[in-house]
Design a protein around this ligand. Structure first.
Ligand SMILES: [Cu+2]
Length: 118
């Protein structure tokens, strides 16, 4: 009997995890890209793949000011420079494509990235 209870408890845990994973996987998820990281003028991560409709949060981390300009896509760009630590802005990508972006003040230092929207 005790063994049966243990087994049924495990079953409940597995079921809860499965339900959790199902809902987690089905919601549009939010991703964060840090601007400036570990003393480097970089986007971290500088490449990622998201689904159509997903929102990316760009957050000031180190060495501001930063902005985020998407080549040929002013509608996704954020030209205003973020100065304050932790300052952030959200960009929702509602069309599939590969979007190359850069931080205008630091593009020459390699602060560039690409987002693949599938
Ligand atoms: Cu920058």
């Amino acid at each position: 009997m005790k063994e049966f209870l243990n087994w049924s408890k495990r079953c409940v845990v597995v079921c809860v995890l499965l339900v959790f994973c199902f809902f987690w996987g089905s919601t549009a998820y939010a991703v964060e890209i840090l601007m400036g990281n570990e003393g480097m003028l970089v986007f971290e991560p500088c490449e990622l793949t998201i689904a159509v409709g997903d929102t990316v949060t760009f957050r000031n981390n180190e060495l501001p000011p930063h902005n985020m300009m998407v080549a040929d896509h002013p509608e996704y760009s954020h030209s205003d420079l973020a100065f304050a630590p932790g300052e952030s802005f959200d960009v929702t990508f509602d069309k599939a494509g590969d979007y190359r972006f850069q931080c205008d003040p630091h593009a020459g230092a390699g602060m560039i990235g690409v987002i693949h929207v599938e």
